[in-house]
Ligand binder design. Structure first.
Ligand code: HEM
Length: 461
């Protein structure tokens, strides 16, 4: 005998739409999980969505024989731009497997290592900007990290210089991408007819798509014209690679889909994680002091080298703990392959049902993380404790075949950048009373986070 999955009372036709602030669903999902427990369901304009927030259920649902990635809601809308690119492809689409096979070698540790110097070059742009900030004006951290992450992904995977630090304006590409993703979110949560009527929004949506596809085409055209032709990077693999299985390659339009996929997936999450990490380091001065001591011992006042990365254990723990409390991809959605039950047979789930795994909630489950689950404590990620965690307790990079392909890349970038900034600057909040607020498009990042970065007078004091 199964039990009914709890559901907040809704309204005729629209169901539970009013229970969700669509521009900030992360907070709504959190509130509803507090009210209804580890599993609840919503009726969103006739579309049923089940949401789970305990580690036990996420662990059970992390089984890609029973539950597969669902491309629905905002992700489905994002296909207007990205089509069947790696991130938005349906599981059955042949191009996912082709692109996955073509691109996986570019993300092996040894291949990512080749991008270290390029990452250092872009990081130098950021350091230069902060050094020249003579009047010590507040720095909008998320915008600078967006510049950095966008330039890094474009330069280190496509040898293309975005030069986002050359202007005071936020990078146009990431502005267009954020507006596009916000609108994908909005469209997914509005009735179809209402979407058709919103002419102004639709025009902006289309013009953002056109602009971004233009950027992708320019990047590809530059390479096809022979600029940096021999460069063995991800763009080379996209343009020239032949799938070992089908012997086929990708068409120009499919190459553009994946260029845009990487520009999107490669910058939003990484820049958000670095912003959250700096926030926690400033808020927890003891953690910052320990990290400074480690960096002093491993790197000294020299430029960080690739070999140093593996020796920065405390920095690894700081990043793991940041990604536990604030996973930028705070939710992932799967569907049930067949009729099944979960929670030891307690709840029935019909084949095809969409289930949202609220990773930000799971990664704070007291059953795994204890009563201080909401505290920032890198020590819980060290000295074998991370390795002893139950399966799927820490899952900021997704799961299985559709998990993050760029994990090694982002890990290298984040360690290089955070090490360099902690080494070279004294960091403080511009407003010492600031408490973390979130903003959300497809992912979450800190809202209104401004800092001051003072170059260290002596590098180590
Ligand atoms: C801290 C940084 C990052 C985090 C937290 C992160 C997180 C994730 C998550 C959770 C997924 C799975 C999404 C789902 O199930 O729907 C994913 C997929 C993906 N990520 Fe990342 N990511 C990060 C950095 C990157 C970088 C730097 C790149 C590119 C260089 C990248 C490229 C991708 C791609 C292409 C996919 C789709 C993979 C597929 O479906 O085959 N990510 N990422």
């Amino acid at each position: 005998m199964t039990s009914q999955i709890p559901q907040p009372a809704g309204w005729p036709f629209i169901g539970n739409v009013l229970d969700i602030v669509t521009s900030f669903s992360c907070e709504s999902f959190h509130r509803l999980a507090q009210q209804h427990g580890e599993i609840y369901q919503l009726n969103l304009l006739g579309r049923k969505l089940i949401l789970v927030s305990s580690h036990a259920l996420v662990d059970e649902l992390s089984d890609d024989k029973r539950f597969k990635k669902a491309v629905g809601g905002a992700l489905m809308e994002a296909r207007d731009l990205l089509h069947d690119g790696l991130f938005t492809a349906f599981n059955h689409e042949a191009n996912w497997a082709v692109a996955h096979r073509l691109l996986s070698p570019s993300f092996r540790t040894s291949a990512v290592q080749q991008t270290f110097d390029g990452m250092r070059e872009i990081c130098a742009d950021l350091v230069g900007k902060w050094m020249q900030n003579d009047d010590r004006a507040p720095i909008d951290l998320t915008i600078d990290f967006t510049r950095l992450a966008l330039d890094t992904i474009a330069y280190c995977t496509m040898s293309y210089r975005m030069n986002s630090f050359a202007t005071d304006e936020p990078p146009r590409f990431s502005e267009a991408m954020s507006a596009f993703l916000r609108e994908c979110n909005g469209r997914a949560n509005r009735p179809y007819l209402l979407n058709i009527l919103m002419r102004g929004r639709n025009a902006a949506y289309c013009s953002n798509i056109e602009y971004m596809r233009g950027v992708a085409k320019a990047i590809i055209a530059e390479r096809q014209c022979g600029v940096r032709k021999g460069q063995q990077d991800l763009l080379h693999a996209l343009i020239n690679g032949r799938d070992p299985k089908t012997k086929g390659g990708l068409s120009d339009s499919e190459i553009a889909d994946n260029v845009l996929t990487f520009l999107l997936a490669g910058h939003e999450t990484t820049s958000a994680t670095m912003s959250f990490a700096i926030y926690y380091l400033i808020k927890y001065p003891d953690v910052l002091r320990k990290l400074q001591a480690e960096i002093y011992a491993v790197v000294g006042d020299q430029s960080i080298e690739y070999e140093d990365l593996a020796r920065l254990h405390y920095l690894t723990a700081v990043l793991r703990e940041t990604l536990r409390l604030q996973p930028p991809a705070f939710v992932r959605v799967v569907y049930s392959v067949e009729d099944t039950t979960v929670a030891g047979g307690k709840y029935a789930i019909a084949a095809g049902s969409g289930i949202a795994l609220l990773i930000r909630e799971t990664q704070r489950d007291p059953a795994v993380w204890g009563t201080d689950a909401n505290e920032f404590c890198p020590e819980r990620m060290m000295n074998g404790r991370f390795e002893r965690l139950p399966p799927n307790a820490w899952q900021p990079f997704g799961y299985g075949a559709r998990g993050c392909i760029g994990k090694n890349f982002s890990w290298q970038e984040m360690k290089l950048v955070l090490c360099t900034l902690v080494q070279q600057f004294d960091l403080a909040l511009a407003d010492p009373a600031y408490e973390l607020e979130l903003s959300q498009a497809m992912t979450i990042k800190p809202k209104n986070l401004s800092i001051r970065a003072l170059p260290k007078r002596r590098k180590w004091c």
